[in-house]
Design a protein around this ligand. Structure first.
Ligand SMILES: [Zn+2]
Length: 269
C-alpha cells in the first residue's frame, strides 16, 4: 500500500486511479507558532481524517489501488482549507499550510488529466443535521433540488458535475439523483442519502450544497474533472472505528460502480 508523505501539516497519498479525495476539516494539530483565527467557522469534522484513512485502506482491499488523497492534519482554528485565501487564515504563518494543501490538489488534477484525461474530485466533510442523512453536494441549493425534473435539468451549468455527462450516456439528472447517482448507490448500501431516488431533497431544509473546494476543483468552470462534496453524519458512520470501516466498505463499493457507469473506468481491473 502507498505510504503518505506528510509536509506542512498536510498528509498526501500519491494515487494511481483518476480519483482525488480531500478532507480539509478533520485535523486537530494545533501548532503554537500559528495564531488562532478569530472569525469564521472553527468546527472540527470529527473523525473525517480517520474515515478517509479507512476509505484508502478499503480501496486497497477491493481494488489493489489508491486514490490521490490530501488530508489536513492541522486544526481549523488555525486555517480553514475549504475557504478562499482571505477567509482561510489570519496569521501569515498559516500560508505555507494552505498553499501545500491546494498545491497538492492541483498537482493531482494535473497528473489525472495527463494519465487518464478525466476524473473525479471528492471533498469529505462531517455534518450534524438532525436526520442523519449523507449529503452529496453538487453546488445546487436544496430549493433547486425540489424543482421538477424539466426545470432542474437546466441547472447543470451551475454544478460541480457540469461536464460529467460528456463521458457516458447517463444524463445530468441520472448522475445527480438517478439509479447510479452516488446518493442512490449509498442508499442501496443502507446509507440514506440526499439527493437520491429515495430522497431527492431535504424535506427539513437541512442540506449542504458544497463549498469553496468543490467550486474550485469540480467542473463548474469546465475541464474533465467533476467534483462532489460529501457530508457524512456522525451517528452510525463517523462515531466508531467499526462504523467507519463499514461505511468505507459501502462507499468504495459505490464508487467502483460510479466510476464504471459514469467514466467507463474499471477500478477492479
Ligand atoms: Zn467541513
Amino acid at each position: 500500500m502507498i505510504q503518505p508523505i506528510i509536509k506542512n501539516h498536510i498528509r498526501y497519498y500519491e494515487g494511481n486511479i483518476p480519483l482525488i479525495l480531500t478532507a480539509p476539516h478533520g485535523g486537530e494539530v494545533s501548532p503554537d507558532n500559528i495564531d488562532d483565527r478569530t472569525h469564521g467557522v472553527f468546527d472540527l469534522d470529527d473523525y473525517t481524517l480517520e474515515l478517509t484513512e479507512e476509505i484508502i485502506h478499503e480501496f486497497y482491499l477491493q481494488t489493489g489501488k489508491t486514490p490521490y488523497v490530501i488530508v489536513g492534519e492541522i486544526s481549523r482554528t488555525k486555517v480553514d482549507l475549504n475557504r478562499k485565501r482571505d477567509l482561510a487564515y489570519e496569521d501569515e504563518r498559516a500560508k505555507v499550510v494552505y498553499d501545500e494543501f491546494h498545491h497538492l490538489i492541483q498537482k493531482s488534477e494535473k497528473e489525472i488529466n495527463t494519465k487518464f484525461s478525466k476524473g473525479l474530485y471528492i471533498d469529505i466533510h462531517g455534518q450534524s443535521h438532525p436526520k442523519g442523512y449523507t449529503e452529496f453536494g453538487y453546488l445546487l441549493y436544496n430549493d433547486m433540488l425540489k424543482l421538477a425534473d424539466e426545470h432542474l435539468t437546466y441547472h447543470q451549468d451551475q454544478t460541480s458535475i457540469r461536464t460529467l455527462s460528456n463521458f457516458s450516456n447517463e444524463s445530468f439528472l441520472d448522475q445527480l439523483k438517478g439509479a447510479y447517482s452516488l446518493g442512490t448507490l449509498m442508499c442501496n448500501e443502507g446509507y440514506d442519502s440526499i439527493p437520491s431516488t429515495k430522497i431527492p431533497y431535504a424535506t427539513d431544509g437541512n442540506y449542504f450544497e458544497g463549498a469553496y473546494d468543490t467550486i474550485r476543483y469540480g467542473s463548474l468552470q469546465g475541464g474533465n474533472i467533476s467534483g462532489i462534496q460529501i457530508e457524512f453524519p456522525y451517528t452510525d458512520i463517523r462515531d466508531t472505528k467499526e462504523h467507519r470501516q463499514k461505511c468505507a466498505k459501502a462507499f468504495v463499493k459505490s464508487m467502483i460502480k460510479f466510476m464504471r457507469v459514469h467514466f467507463d473506468v474499471d477500478l477492479e481491473e
